[in-house]
Design a protein around this ligand. Structure first.
Ligand SMILES: Cc1cc2nc3c(=O)[nH]c(=O)nc-3n(C[C@H](O)[C@H](O)[C@H](O)COP(=O)(O)O)c2cc1C
Length: 331
């Protein structure tokens, strides 16, 4: 397991938390960082249009701290000038790496000609990358799908274009946009991208276990691995993957008590940022993942869904943690 660099930024270990809208906020990034094993964390994606038009909500989402570094902030828009403005703002706000989104298939984003829609127009991608590279001193990365429709492999052209434009790394989520999240990610295509370009390639899609992280590295020859959904409710995945890559030994699954401790940490950090009432609303979606597979999960879920404050949520989590003494749920 070797570290790698995106521009001058060292990614060590070579494992990254994927950008996930509504998920990878400051609190979740910190929880992943404190558990260890994550060499790079990513923000949720920011609309460069919102930054350009000074939407105050976007500015309030720029909430990273030194503990999270190195941090990559992601931006999307469909035209060169707007992407460049958004990217420059992220750099000026102290971001370490700016990532441009060429992979989001969500209709709201794609309809504006942004995200994965750009895969249909590599000339426009080139213009965006040239304009963005010009305004940045920090490393520039991109994240993309392999194409728009079933047999589309726009990723090959985009990867070569990105390298020529001075992009410092490319993350490939190995599905087409039209696939959404269905079917299996095609890791062979990531391997083909790796052979095409000299810049670091980060492999993404369906890495669910430490063994998957090792397999995707071996199968693709990639420089780094990005993990998204498997980190939901299981921010231990990075530390466990790093350990497995280093020693060949899979660490034991986190106990339920450990999961509850991570959830408590998550809730406490979020409450510190958003205040107790707002944090409660945002936490509910996360807690469902922390409870997954736990005996009594439906009851716990029901309880946190009806609570109005983080104090009550913390009570539920602490109670659940106490019940999780070894032997109670583990039998
Ligand atoms: C809830 C959610 C939000 C996401 N938001 C973003 C995003 O803002 N930007 C992005 O590039 N990808 C986004 N993705 C895609 C992930 O970064 C990742 O590419 C995808 O989930 C595949 O990786 P995985 O199999 O490890 O989850 C999102 C995925 C999920 C599940």
């Amino acid at each position: 397991m070797n570290p790698f660099k995106i521009g001058n930024v060292v990614i060590d270990p070579p494992l990254a938390l994927a950008p996930m809208a509504g998920v990878t906020n400051h609190a979740f990034r910190i929880v992943c960082k404190r558990l260890g094993g994550v060499g790079l964390v990513s923000t949720e994606m920011f609309s460069a249009y919102a930054i350009k038009f000074r939407d105050p909500r976007t500015k309030s989402m720029i909430d990273w701290t030194d503990e999270e570094r190195p941090i990559s902030a992601q931006v999307f828009a469909g035209d060169p000038e707007t992407v460049a403005i958004g990217a420059r703002a992220l750099q000026d706000w102290g971001d370490d790496i700016v990532d441009v989104n060429f992979g989001c298939p969500v209709p709201k984003v794609a309809k504006s000609g942004s995200g994965a829609m750009l895969l249909k127009n590599i000339d426009l991608c080139r213009e965006i990358l040239i304009a963005t590279r010009q305004v940045l001193n920090v490393p520039l990365s991109i994240k993309c799908r392999i194409g728009w429709a079933a047999d589309d492999r726009a990723v090959f052209e985009l990867a070569k274009t990105a390298q020529i434009c001075g992009v410092d790394s490319i993350t490939v989520h190995a599905r087409t946009a039209s696939q959404g999240y269905s079917g299996a990610a095609d890791w062979d295509i990531i391997g083909e991208v790796k052979k095409l370009v000299g810049i670091p390639v980060i492999a993404n899609g369906d890495v669910k276990t430490p063994e998957d992280a090792a397999r995707i590295m071996e199968q693709t020859g990639c420089d780094g691995v990005m993990i998204g959904r498997a980190a939901l409710g299981n921010p231990f995945i990075f530390a466990h993957s790093a350990e497995y890559l280093r020693t060949g030994i899979v660490p034991p699954e986190p106990t339920y008590a450990e999961r509850m401790e991570a959830a408590i940490e998550h809730a406490s950090i979020l409450a510190g940022i958003l205040g107790y009432a707002r944090a409660a609303r945002e936490l509910r979606g996360h807690l469902v993942h922390y409870f997954k597979g736990m005996p009594g999960a439906p009851k716990l879920r029901a309880r946190v869904m009806t609570t109005k404050s983080v104090e009550e949520i913390l009570e539920v989590l602490n109670e659940a943690r106490c019940k999780c003494e070894p032997g109670l749920f583990e039998a």
